[in-house]
Structure formats: structure tokens, C-alpha cells
Design a protein around this ligand. Structure first.
Ligand code: CO
Length: 210
């Protein structure tokens, strides 16, 4: 069967399943969205955001890119962040990395990836700054997973450096920001950092006129 047709048939079956349980499922869902969570995850096909946390349609606002980066010049990410925090009023932001991340792995090599170099450069800079800590780990897989963990912490900190998050923290004492790593071997999530409106913001990055 053609791959495209397979996907369309799966969709028909999925929609029917939903309607069998609740005949108003889609008409109710179509009215509005009020998700409590913004998910910033990796594009990796093995880490499907909704599925690994059992979230239903309507529960999760999602942004995914290679290696779950929060880059302060990325208009796409910033637009998602602004909309989720300021307009949807999400209560939590989750930055989720995963073990064995291909983007993280690539950033630790000397291989040229042309256009991708520019994206991976964000990871290389983190690797550079933590190289002494990471390189003393003997096993290569553990070295990659250490950078995965450090990357998640860095991206959570990058969120805090935005005026969007600082403004929301000041005016509505939220959202909470969580850094998680998904373990591909076990299917389990592990928390590596959690920040909230009471967390200190370095004065270099703090805005006082929000
Ligand atoms: Co990845």
C-alpha cells in the first residue's frame, strides 16, 4: 500500500474511534483551545510529545526543533512562546531533551553539515563551555547524554532570559519551567531542572521595566 494512503486510512480509523466514544468530540474540540502546557521538544520521530505523556488533543501546545533549542533570534520559537505564555496563559513550559539525541551527537563531532552547522553551533557553544566536565566521562554514550542534560538546563535558562517569561513571572507568577530528559531505553522522563517566578534572574539578563 502506498505510504500516503496508509496514513489517510489510519486517520479515518482514528477519527471514527473518537466519534464512537463521543459523537461531539470534534465539534467540542474545534471550539477553542485552553492548553496548560507548552512543550518544547526535539523533532526526533521517536519522541512524540503527546504520546509519551498521554496528553489528549487540546492539552499541549507544541514546538519542536532539532535538539529542543531556545534560540533568542528564532522568530518561530519566540512567536510560539509569546502566544502560549501571553495569550493562552499556559501554566507550565516543558523543555524536553532525550538520550542519544542526534543533534547533540553531531555537535560533538568535527563533521561538516553545511546549513545545519548554523543550528548545531548553538550546541557546540554549550559543549565548548562545559567541555572539561563532559570530556572526563569515559563512555561516549554517557558523554552525549551529559550534554543532552546540560543542553536542557541551558535552554530552560534561555527561556528565563526572555521578556515574555519575565513579564509573565512578574504579572501572574507563572508559568513554571521544567527541564526534562526522556530516556529512550526505558521510555521514562527524568526531571533535571525546575524554575518558577521566585527563581533568581542574573542581572545581566533581567529586565526591570516590565
Ligand atoms: Co534529538
Amino acid at each position: 500500500m502506498e505510504d500516503k494512503i496508509k496514513l489517510m486510512l489510519s486517520n479515518r480509523a482514528w477519527a471514527k474511534e473518537k466519534l464512537d466514544v463521543d459523537s461531539d468530540y470534534f465539534t467540542n474540540l474545534a471550539k477553542d483551545q485552553e492548553p496548560d502546557y507548552l512543550w518544547i521538544g526535539c523533532s526526533d520521530s521517536r519522541v512524540p510529545a503527546n504520546e509519551i505523556i498521554g496528553a489528549q488533543p487540546g492539552e499541549l501546545f507544541v514546538h519542536r526543533n532539532i535538539a529542543n533549542l531556545v534560540v533568542h533570534t528564532d522568530l518561530n520559537l519566540l512567536s510560539v512562546l509569546e502566544y502560549a505564555v501571553t495569550h493562552l496563559g499556559v501554566k507550565h513550559i516543558i523543555v524536553c531533551g532525550h538520550t542519544g539525541c542526534g543533534g547533540v551527537k553531531a555537535s560533538m563531532t568535527q563533521t561538516n553539515f553545511d546549513l545545519l552547522n548554523k543550528w548545531l553551533r548553538n550546541l557546540k557553544d554549550i559543549y565548548f563551555h562545559h567541555r572539561s566536565e563532559i570530556d572526563q566521562i569515559e563512555n561516549e554514550i554517557d558523554r552525549v547524554n551529559k550534554l543532552v542534560e546540560i543542553n536542557v538546563i541551558e535552554q530552560v535558562n534561555n527561556l528565563v532570559k526572555t521578556s515574555v517569561v519575565q513579564k509573565a513571572w512578574m504579572h501572574r507568577q507563572g508559568p513554571k519551567i521544567h527541564g526534562w530528559v526522556y530516556d529512550m531505553q526505558t521510555g521514562l522522563l527524568n526531571s533535571v531542572i525546575e524554575l518558577n517566578h521566585e527563581s533568581p534572574i542574573d542581572e545581566t539578563y533581567r529586565f526591570d521595566n516590565l
